[in-house]
Design a protein around this ligand. Structure first.
Ligand code: DGL
Length: 364
């Protein structure tokens, strides 16, 4: 029996003994099999935990109402792919996810993954900010063990709800050896995608989560993961970021580019104390003549400015639409504005150097 299997069988035996000894006070463990990996499910809310008035209610439902134990009970097949335990970390609609939620979640994930009796983590999450939480964890989880985020586009009460099969796929992926060392993953719609490049592309359809140009990593089919590629950027235990001692994150805001834009948003964020601004520019991160002076002034006050693009795909070229060397701006490479915000926040916990931060945007 391979080492990790023998380790698991010993751990599983002790776990089982502990659970029996602890009696009714133990977390609801569906079953314990030495053959299976131990996967912790951390629930945060969202549509996967949502309920609607009727079985055909797929909009206008209430997110974040079903508890983690009921999510697990609704998928008895989980017991065939892993020994699962559930924790209700939050119960929120994910538009309300905050930096504070992220720090609590990241610290809990790192504590669990440091335990020998935890082989992987699944996080159930609303889809509105799922890509952001996934990328944040991709930069701060300190383990090679699988971390898989999962949500649903339909509430649990809907006809053909996608939550149960998405949760089943996410747990079997987190229990797999193939998923180790691949960075934080997202399992939706039978696909495996990387935290860095995935984005929500549709307000309501089942195939909303895509990696439009850089490509998803693989599929989950017939209860097995199939990988065809992996991210080339640094992640998880290979990053320089550590949130274990952080109680907060630097304030970074996003201004949106469009025709007829003015400087008001930039000025307001600077006045409110932002340490960084992401400019979600039109095209290749273009700066409107009315906005450029406000961003230049912000930089002169010590605010870090990153040129991103509202377009969603492609590289924002350094010194392309603006002289970044002269303005001392940073470019976001291919990160969308909401993910550029996350990287800049973490970068500012390490340095104020625009040169060092530009390196980070070309690394992560
Ligand atoms: N309120 C949205 C959220 O919690 C619902 C969308 C969803 O979870 O699919 O993200």
């Amino acid at each position: 029996m391979p080492h990790h299997q023998s380790r698991r069988s010993i751990i599983a035996a002790f776990s089982f003994m502990f659970i029996v000894a602890a009696g009714a006070h133990a977390e609801a463990v569906v079953s314990v099999s030495p053959r299976l990996a131990n996967v912790s499910i951390l629930a945060t809310g969202g549509t996967i935990a949502g309920t609607g008035a009727t079985s055909t209610t797929t909009v206008g439902y209430t997110a974040a109402t079903v508890g983690v134990q009921n999510l697990i009970k609704a998928v008895p097949e989980l017991a065939k792919v892993a020994n699962v335990t559930g924790e209700q970390v939050f119960q929120i609609a994910s538009e309300n996810m905050s930096n504070e939620h992220w720090l609590v979640l990241a610290k809990r994930v790192n504590v669990l993954l440091a335990q020998a009796n935890v082989d992987g983590v699944v996080i159930t999450h609303g889809t509105d900010t799922l890509e952001e939480t996934a990328y944040f964890l991709n930069l701060v989880v300190k383990s090679r063990k699988p971390v898989v985020l999962v949500g649903a586009m339909r509430p649990s009460t809907a006809l053909s709800a996608d939550g149960p099969i998405n949760l089943y796929n996410a747990v079997l992926l987190a229990a797999s050896v193939e998923a180790a060392g691949k960075g934080v993953l997202v399992a939706m719609n039978d696909q495996i995608q990387a935290a860095r490049d995935i984005t929500k592309t549709n307000t309501s359809t089942l195939d909303s989560f895509r990696t439009p140009e850089l490509g998803m990593l693989g599929y989950i089919q017939g209860g097995k993961p199939f990988f065809y590629r992996q991210s080339s950027r640094r992640h998880t235990q290979d990053t320089e970021f550590d949130v274990s001692a952080l109680a907060s994150l630097p304030q970074v805001d996003i201004v949106y580019g469009h025709a007829n834009v003015g400087p008001a948003a930039v000025d307001a964020f600077v006045a409110a104390g932002a340490r960084g601004i992401i400019h979600a520019g039109v095209g290749n991160g273009s700066l409107a003549a009315k906005v450029k002076p406000a961003l230049t002034s912000a930089r002169q006050k010590g605010v870090l400015v990153v040129r991103a693009s509202r377009v969603g795909q492609g590289i924002v070229a350094r010194n392309g639409e603006a002289n970044d060397d002269e303005l001392d701006f940073v470019v976001a490479d291919t990160l969308n504005p909401q993910k550029a915000r996350i990287l800049l926040m973490l970068a500012l916990t390490k340095t104020d150097s625009s040169k060092d931060i530009q390196r980070m945007f070309y690394t992560y």
